[in-house]
Design a binder for this molecule. Structure first.
Ligand SMILES: NC(=O)c1ccc[n+]([C@@H]2O[C@H](COP(=O)([O-])OP(=O)(O)OC[C@H]3O[C@@H](n4cnc5c(N)ncnc54)[C@H](OP(=O)(O)O)[C@@H]3O)[C@@H](O)[C@H]2O)c1
Length: 394
């Protein structure tokens, strides 16, 4: 029986995790459910899964949740504030932490899980983008294992040879190729891109996801963040990481070997597959996902990404090449810009402009060597991004 803390329980990945967990009550016990402020959703999950703890960052929402839980006579104890999330990630009774908070807010509780030696199912790619070296060092020192949840990294993990848990890029791997759907604007006229609305940007053709990652997919910043994530997770040089647009999202990524073999992992575009793979690894369990019907799909298409259409992908590549603090700055600026776009304060095309402006303003800077330094760089980049927003016209 694995005991689980789920960070970001009310989100898209959190809910998909609970779908898989519900199919296997004999294998998984929910110890803690954590989110930011959606008390009603978390309450419903508490009724269904009866966790020992539930935590919300927002204290008012936590009070509302506590009142509901008391009225229902549940045993779940409610905690409030960001430190509660770190506590529940590191709790001695927890084996596995699903890290599925969106954005930089996921870093602190995920690092806490790393230091406490947990099995970390990592959906929160921003943790690795912001703090790659520091995060991996915390995992090594704490004895934590990381299993990737991003479908692309989960696919690569499955296509690399096993070396007893961790999968690092071995000799003989020529390239790792991350696939990308190309999002909703792969074919949209370029002149229309600046008038894209949040609703259009969030209407992903294949995946049902939270709003921030949906916008990142539409700009292809998501693929850029994933390149940085792959660089850290698999220890592969940036020059051997590639992106391939594959509109059907059936092939989730590929590993090319020196002998010409290319191993790919396929499946329907449903996050319950990588979640089930990581939860059960090295065993396999039913995820509830329908079998892949290749006859019905009939054709798989591939094309090179269009650098002109997706400047965010290039910005991420440059940040990865620059190293140091650049990936952390990229992530922070992008988060502020995406939130402003979702709030209709800037245009879709301003997301790349703001991010580029902040990267240039910060310039070359060493990466933070500890978590406090990383948070300081992150905060500085966010402040610069807010200043850049004022120069955009919505
Ligand atoms: N969705 C996917 O298919 C997918 C695929 C691959 C990777 N990922 C990655 O998985 C992560 C989650 O994505 P998602 O699509 O599930 O996002 P989402 O649907 O927007 O859910 C985000 C979750 O994070 C919580 N949260 C937001 N801000 C927080 C904060 N400041 N402190 C604590 N919790 C906070 C939310 O709580 P409230 O509901 O209370 O606000 C919610 O539970 C992201 O890093 C994303 O890149 C997602």
């Amino acid at each position: 029986m694995q005991t689980l803390t789920i960070l970001g329980a009310t989100g898209s990945i959190g809910r998909s995790t609970l779908h898989v967990v519900a199919r296997h009550p004999d294998r998984y016990r929910v110890f803690a459910l954590c989110a930011q402020r959606r008390a009603a959703e978390l309450y419903e999950q508490c009724l269904r899964f009866a966790p020992r703890y539930a935590a919300l960052v927002d204290p008012r929402a936590a009070r509302e949740l506590a009142d509901r839980i008391a009225a229902a006579g549940l045993d779940t104890e409610v905690l409030a504030g960001p430190l509660a999330l770190a506590e529940l990630s590191a709790h001695e009774e927890v084996d596995t932490v699903m890290a599925a908070i969106v954005g930089g807010a996921g870093l602190a509780p995920t690092i806490a899980a790393a230091r406490a030696g947990k099995r970390i199912l990592l959906a929160n790619k921003e943790s690795l983008v912001m703090a790659g070296e520091v995060f991996l060092r915390a995992c090594r020192e704490g004895g934590a294992t990381v299993l990737p949840i991003d479908s692309e990294h989960n696919a690569v993990f499955q296509c690399l040879p096993s070396d007893g848990g961790a999968r690092r890029c071995p000799e003989g791997v020529r390239r790792i190729v991350l696939t990308a759907s190309g999002g909703p604007f792969r074919r949209a006229p370029l002149a229309q891109m600046r008038d894209v609305t949040p609703e259009q940007a969030c209407a992903h053709p294949n995946w049902s996801m939270g709003r921030k990652i949906s916008v990142d997919s539409a700009t292809m910043m998501n693929k850029g963040l994933e390149l940085i994530e792959a660089f850290h997770l698999f220890g592969v040089p940036a020059a051997r990481l590639d992106v391939l647009v594959h509109p059907q999202s059936i092939v989730h990524s590929l590993v090319e070997y020196d002998d010409g073999s290319v191993l790919a992992q396929m499946g329907n575009p449903d996050m319950r597959t990588p979640i089930a793979q990581a939860l059960a690894h090295p065993q396999r369990i039913d995820s509830g996902v329908a079998p892949l019907d290749l006859v019905a799909i009939a054709r798989l298409e591939f094309e090179a990404p269009d650098a002109h259409r997706f400047p965010c992908l290039q910005l991420a590549r440059e940040a990865l090449a620059a190293g140091g603090a650049a990936p952390c700055v990229l992530n922070a600026a992008n988060e502020i810009a995406v939130a402003a776009f979702l709030g209709r304060a800037i245009r879709f095309t301003d997301i790349a402009a703001v991010t580029e402006g902040v990267l240039q303003a910060v310039g070359s800077r060493a990466a933070g060597s500890g978590i406090e330094e990383i948070f300081a760089i992150d905060e500085e980049a966010r402040a610069l991004a807010r200043a850049h927003l004022a120069r955009c016209t919505a």
